[in-house]
Write a protein that binds this ligand. Structure first.
Ligand code: KIV
Ligand code: ZN
Length: 519
């Protein structure tokens, strides 16, 4: 096993930790299926290393890392482990099936972490570094070691532990700015100091892992690169603990756009960035801020007359990269109710979808139904309806009909028909508002105690006929499930999202019951 692209001087290894550091951020939990979806797009997009999870953290984390390891075609699959034997063995087990697997082991090295978190002195931490890297090397020869809180660690001690990790066999040395405290100059100096002082540093890949507490994560990562780092740890949409990590899309596009100052390369297919961003936003229910660099909805929008005039004459007047280069489709085909199968197929291709015949027919029928109700069908509408079809194919319950009486003369009433295991069942329910009435009707048909943890509505595009995208998250006995749906009718989308979440909950319940029986 070799370290990803270690031998190419100008190649920057893109290490994505959306599924680990990203998932650690409050509220961003993903289901098993969602993690596989995210891993698939990262793998296709050219991410060198996918940190798929923290296998010791839970059985769910272990299973998803193991499954991603099995399925990944190109990327190195990495599992995180603290500096103890149980963590390392679990990570080693999880990555076993990977074509190329990595163990990433870490320990806090700063005085604060040593004293307050670990209760260990310098020598004891030093011993753990050697023991953990040595043990990890028993599973794979691709071992990454991280000095957690490196930017607040004494320089002499940092040199000592980095040297120990290299001697024990680490092939990548990661220098995290765990609390997002460093400035670019400082981070540059730190990497340079290590390169100059630590024997063997030229034989390993130096990695950056910068958090965004001061909004400097991307700037610090790029400073690290200029000082000699050749791996950047980052996440889609900058997701991560607290203020997040360096955003993958920003790092990659900075390198591509400012090649004059940053003469490096990544293997990322940048045209897939927008899709990856949308997927991660959808599965985590974390909206992307409108003015977010690269993937925000305003990143290529021009509002003022002066800017519009300039862009119409020459896009370079106000655009430093093209929308196409990051996968924000310039609408070349205007889709509407007169569009046929060929145009729809070509639009799907342009948006990056490759559907089988049945899925294509379903998507085409949904598109026609939408085009009958909506004047303009935008790319975002098509993405929403295709994603919707894929997401709901295996649902146990299906919404067949919904009529809601709303308005000032309460109580609001919902009459709802669900298909439950092939049988249509109808009930009527009231509630405090139309959404409450709809959810009460569902609850009448599928009794459950799950708590509604999140109910969120977004407009997919502009205008009053825009599709509403609804996310619902349910919690039952510590288990979280999410459901999503899009429809021009907010109540229909709400009902479908709720029903989708319930379907997933039932699957989880069955799995749990089977596991308990097996014990
Ligand atoms: O921020 C951090 O230090 C981490 C380590 C586990 C690398 O996420
Ligand atoms: Zn981190």
């Amino acid at each position: 096993m070799t370290t990803a692209n270690a031998n190419q001087q100008d190649h920057v290894v893109i290490f994505d930790t959306t599924l680990r550091d990203g998932e650690q951020c409050p509220g961003a939990t993903m289901t098993f299926e969602e993690k596989l979806q995210v891993a698939e797009i990262l793998d296709d997009m050219g991410v060198d290393v996918i940190e798929a999870g923290f296998p010791i953290a839970s059985d769910g984390d272990f299973e998803s890392v193991a499954e991603i390891a099995k399925l990944a075609k190109n990327s190195v699959i990495c599992g995180l482990a603290r500096a103890n034997p149980a963590d390392i063995d679990r990570a080693g087990e999880a990555i076993k099936a990977a074509k190329r697997g990595r163990i990433h082991t870490f320990i806090g090295t700063s005085p604060l972490h040593r004293q307050f978190q670990l209760g260990l002195n310098q020598d004891q931490v030093h011993e753990r570094v050697i023991a953990s890297v040595t043990r990890a090397r028993g599973f794979t020869d691709d071992v990454e070691w991280s000095a957690m809180d490196a930017t607040r660690t004494e320089h002499d001690y940092l040199c000592r532990v980095v040297e120990a990790a290299i001697r024990a066999g680490a092939t990548t040395i990661n220098i995290p700015d765990t609390v997002g405290y460093a400035t670019p100059e400082e981070y540059y100096d730190l990497i340079l100091m290590l390169k100059t002082r630590v024997p063997g540093m030229d034989k390993v890949i130096i990695s950056t892992h910068c958090h965004d507490d001061l909004g400097l994560a991307v700037a610090n990562s790029l400073a690290g690169l200029r000082a000699g780092a050749r791996q950047i740890e980052c996440t889609i949409n900058g997701l991560g603990e607290r203020a997040g990590n360096a955003a993958l899309e920003e790092v990659v596009m900075a390198i591509r756009t400012r090649h004059d100052l940053l003469p490096y390369r990544t293997g990322i297919k940048t045209e897939m960035l927008a899709r990856a961003s949308k997927l991660v936003s959808a599965v985590t229910n974390f909206p992307v801020q409108y003015n977010k660099a690269i993937v925000g909805r305003n990143a290529f929008a021009h509002e003022s007359g002066i800017h519009q005039d300039g862009v119409l004459k020459n896009t370079s007047t106000y655009e430093i990269m093209t929308p196409e280069s990051v996968g924000v489709g310039k609408s070349s085909l205007v889709m509407g109710k007169h569009s046929g199968r060929a145009a729809f197929r070509s639009k799907l291709k342009e948006l990056g979808y490759d559907l089988g015949e049945n899925a294509f027919e379903d998507a085409f029928n949904s598109f026609k139904a939408l085009a009958d109700r909506k004047k303009h069908v935008y790319d975002e509408d098509i993405e929403a309806l295709v994603d919707e079809g894929v997401a709901h194919r295996n649902d146990e319950f299906k919404l067949e009909a919904l009529t809601v009486i709303a308005g000032t003369m309460g109580p609001q009433t919902a009459t709802l028909t669900l298909n439950i295991s092939g049988q249509a069942k109808t009930v009527q329910s009231t509630g405090n508002g139309p959404v409450d009435a709809t959810f009460n009707a569902i609850k009448q048909l599928v009794p459950h105690e799950a708590r509604l943890d999140l109910y969120q509505v977004h407009a997919v595009t502009e205008g009053t006929d825009a599709q509403a995208e609804v996310s619902v998250r349910l919690e039952e006995g510590g288990r979280m499930v999410t459901g999503r749906s899009a429809d021009p009718d907010t109540l229909v989308a709400s009902a479908r999202a709720y029903v989708a979440a319930l379907s997933k909950l039932m699957v989880k319940r069955q799995k749990l019951a089977q596991a308990q029986q097996a014990v």
